[in-house]
Write a protein that binds this ligand. Structure first.
Ligand code: URA
Length: 260
């Protein structure tokens, strides 16, 4: 691994600029064998001193390490946070800036489930902080709730995926499946009285159905015994403001549900 340390700051900056990821010891799995140095294929830095033999930086290999579902199902909040932060179960770990765990009251009565982090969320490490998040906050305010930590008014917000899909593409089925144990454990720890599933991917993941949202709205579904209300994703509502009235009707249905 000594070759990695031989890259100086300038070389690292250039590689970063080019989008070349260097596989550093910090990001390597503990048990992984040290990669054999690859032959030098990049130009040496412009310097009069003899250039050290710097091997070509190797991008992080795609080495999916599936989530240990049984282990995750026994984690407490701290362990779950660590497990999410260290996750390398799908290729999204290579392009994320950071994982986006979720936010809110850990015993909130309402849990909001969205799709996946976008660019702002990936930067800030918090769900729903972009334009869709502003609409979500407004929707929550309209119900007397917020993402704060007050038990009565707080909600817990999580996504199906904890990592941003590149260019905000749709989550792939395999990514959803691999990330599923984390959301399942979040629900088990929060023990919400109600889940609001926002958008297709939240609905498909929680309810295991491919029925369109329009057909699922207006009634109460169940996830592990917890009532689930289905509604449109705030990003969809930004593109289709005429459907905001339907989303409001969904929130009214949510408000009608008992909290004990
Ligand atoms: N959309 C989501 O579903 N989740 C976020 O965190 C942001 C946008």
């Amino acid at each position: 691994m000594s070759w990695v340390r031989e890259l100086d700051a300038r070389q690292r900056a250039m590689l970063d600029e080019m989008g070349v990821k260097v596989w550093t010891p910090a990001s390597a799995p503990a048990a992984a064998p040290a990669p054999a140095p690859a032959p030098l294929t990049v130009s040496a830095p412009l310097t009069t001193a003899p250039a050290p033999a710097v091997p070509a930086p190797t991008p992080a290999p795609a080495m999916p390490r599936p989530v240990d579902t049984t282990a995750v199902a026994g984690l407490d909040w701290a362990g779950l946070r660590q497990s999410v932060a260290a996750c390398e179960a799908c290729g999204l770990c290579a392009s994320r800036r950071q994982t986006v765990f979720g936010t809110g009251h850990e015993q909130a009565r309402w849990m909001i489930v969205g799709e996946a982090p976008g660019e702002q969320e990936d930067r800030q490490g918090e769900p729903f902080v972009g334009p869709a998040g502003q609409l979500l906050d407004a929707m929550l305010r309209a119900t007397g709730r917020d993402r704060g930590t007050d038990l009565a008014g707080g909600v817990f917000i999580a996504n199906v995926l904890k990592c941003r899909p590149p260019a905000n593409r749709n989550p792939a089925p395999e990514e959803v499946q691999r990330c599923e144990p984390f959301l399942a454990r979040q629900v088990a720890l929060v023990q919400p009285k109600l889940i609001i599933a926002m958008g297709r991917f939240a609905v498909q993941s929680l309810l295991r159905t491919t029925e369109p949202i329009g057909k699922l709205r207006g009634r109460v579904h169940r996830y592990e015994g917890v009532p689930v209300i289905v509604t449109y994703h705030p990003a969809y509502l930004l593109r289709n403001p005429a459907d905001k009235s339907k989303a409001w009707a969904d929130l009214c249905l949510a408000l009608d549900q008992p909290l004990d």
